[in-house]
Design a protein around this ligand. Structure first.
Ligand code: PAF
Length: 280
């Protein structure tokens, strides 16, 4: 695996690979890799002739009160893991490479960026879309691979790719969960042992809602209140939002449409904000 730390070198290597007819598979990450990331990486390595994984904790997607400075980082371990998976290039740019002095250009996917997580994290998706579009320009992937764990991110990026006529296939890989059902996330590292036990309430609330829908419930408000009740029953948890939305445009639904409905929630366990979701 080659480690590349600046934009110019990355572009040069990609041009060479493309000239040799290689297909490029790309996984953007913020590092502190876990099995969820590695499932995306394996897909890239398996399905493309040249695989690129970026590691960049993107300051533009964190609010001023959020955890940018304490976001977990372990670059050496990440690079070892990527090397072991057979990745062709690790792209690890410095913030000044991605946002040089005087940087002014941002990308917004209107309306969708303010819903769900966007309502409690203003500017978050503007930061995500901006960095992902920049990375797409640098890496020029044929396929980009993201996780279903960040469902809203995947839906917004799909819209951005369509709106901006990018010739990139987006692949979304299933959520990877711990044995008890907690979705893997770099932020799980913040949880103490009691909090870790409590955090399973996110998954349990989704399972309960899913069961209700399987049993025939179609009232979206009622399904949402099942999730809220389950979270309210966990003393260490505080609800940010629970939503039952259309999986294309993120607009709230009154009636569950199987095949087209996303259940999504964000919950604080102590100071740690966790998200999870389920497609119905
Ligand atoms: O999902 C993430 O880890 C980040 O939002 C991403 C896509 C790498 C952009 O910084």
């Amino acid at each position: 695996m080659k480690l590349i730390e600046n934009v110019r070198d990355m572009k040069e290597m990609i041009q060479k690979e493309k000239k040799n007819g290689k297909t490029i598979g790309f996984v953007p990450t913020m590092g502190f890799l876990h099995e969820g990331h590695l499932s995306l990486v394996r897909e890239a390595v398996k399905k493309s002739e040249c695989s690129v994984v970026s590691i960049f904790v993107n300051p533009a997607q964190f609010g001023p009160e959020e955890d940018f400075s304490r976001y977990p980082r372990d670059e050496d371990r990440d690079l070892r893991l990527l090397d072991k998976e057979g990745v062709s290039y690790a792209f690890v740019p410095k913030p000044q490479e991605m946002y040089p002095r005087g940087y002014r250009t941002y990308v917004q996917v209107q309306d969708m960026e303010n819903r769900l997580c966007g309502a409690s994290r203003p500017g978050h998706f503007k930061g995500v879309c901006t960095v992902v579009l920049k990375l797409f320009h640098i890496v020029q992937p044929d396929t980009a691979i993201f996780g279903q764990k960040d469902a809203q991110q995947a839906i917004i990026l799909k819209r951005m790719i369509r709106d901006l006529n990018l010739d990139i296939v987006l692949r979304i890989m299933p959520i990877v969960r711990d044995k008890d059902g907690l979705a893997l996330s770099s932020r799980n590292a913040y949880l103490g042992s009691e909090q870790r036990e409590a955090a399973v309430c996110l998954y349990q609330s989704l399972k309960q809602a899913e069961q209700a829908v399987k049993d025939g419930e179609r009232n979206a408000d009622l399904v949402r209140s099942l999730i809220q009740e389950k979270i309210a029953g966990e003393p260490l948890a505080r609800m940010d939002y629970a939503a039952v939305v259309d999986s294309e445009n993120l607009k709230p639904l009154e009636t569950i449409q199987p095949g087209q409905t996303l259940l999504a929630l964000a919950v604080f366990i102590g100071e740690t904000r966790l998200i999870d979701n389920m497609m119905l």
